[in-house]
Design a binder for this molecule. Sequence first.
Ligand code: NAP
Length: 324
Amino acid sequence: MWLVVVTAIVAVVLGLRFAYRYRIRYCTSMRKLHGKTAIVTGASAGLGKETALDLARRGARVIMACRSLVKAQPVAAEIRTKTGNRNVEVRHLDLSSLASVRKFAQDILDSETAIHILVNNAGIFGSPKRKLTDDGLEITMETNHLGHFLLTNLLLGTLKASAPSRVINVSSDLHASCKTFDPDDLNYEKQPYPGPFKSYQTSKLANVLFTMELSEKLCGTGVTANCLHPGAVSTEIVSKNPTYWWLTPIMDYLMWTFALDVKRGAQTQIYLAVSDEVDGVTGKFFDNSQVIEPSKLAQDPNLARRLWNASERLVNLASEEKHY
Ligand SMILES: NC(=O)c1ccc[n+]([C@@H]2O[C@H](COP(=O)([O-])OP(=O)(O)OC[C@H]3O[C@@H](n4cnc5c(N)ncnc54)[C@H](OP(=O)(O)O)[C@@H]3O)[C@@H](O)[C@H]2O)c1
């Protein structure tokens, strides 16, 4: 009897794992990227590392924008060895610091004549408690949305001058769990901090709304902006930011059992960065390399405009920093 039950459970688990993994569409584009420059944020691990590896393999100059140089340098060395592409380098970027974002962007503007691909990939799971950065901003929202918002704006002039070029924002299907969103309370000053799950989901909704408004503002410039859900992928994101100590091993086990490996998980962002099937496609949300509808809230143009304006205020975007 027990043998039958255990066998059935194992069969169901393996079936689910198989079904989820093998539905993934691999990016089949053969496009080479010699002479192109790509920036990938959070390329020291997980999906960002896999994306940087793929772009380097295609011959791009890859700038890995990472908060820990100690962690990222060996990853860059590994990518150079695996791909034979010497044009892979690490630059320091801490998205939870507006000063760091401005410094990184200025370094890029000083050294690069073109940017063809910007993958806004870095992210953290929601902070267990409301935590403000030195900028006085809630850390999950600053890392996942506001830092990328500022970075993209500061690089926009060069992205436009390099067109056709692409901005890819890594969001999540968890954005759809948000049933309300107040762009004028990104710091949780009016409402109580909603906890790690909700604050993560809200920051991921902000990624989608930012993409929609950015694509509107860039209409006709040759710069496209799209966002995506990579799938549930077995990476460090949960274990690095433990909410409850007992939850981390359970989550790690569940992710290892059911979720995608990073190679599969990175396919949609690689597809959006390189495929000619998405030449000129903009303002869309992708899952498994296909356009899908984001949540109703994420499609509200009024909300997207309000988020843009609130974000400009919070990052103190100066008029000379506006390139749209
Ligand atoms: N994994 C999933 O199931 C899943 C699902 C949906 C969406 N996503 C999204 O996918 C993206 C990549 O996540 P992942 O799963 O690959 O996680 P990961 O393995 O934890 O990688 C996250 C990357 O972001 C970097 N990062 C974190 N805070 C940063 C900061 N303040 N400044 C600069 N870089 C920072 C990390 O740097 P360190 O190495 O220094 O920590 C790391 O390189 C995130 O935006 C996440 O929300 C993931």
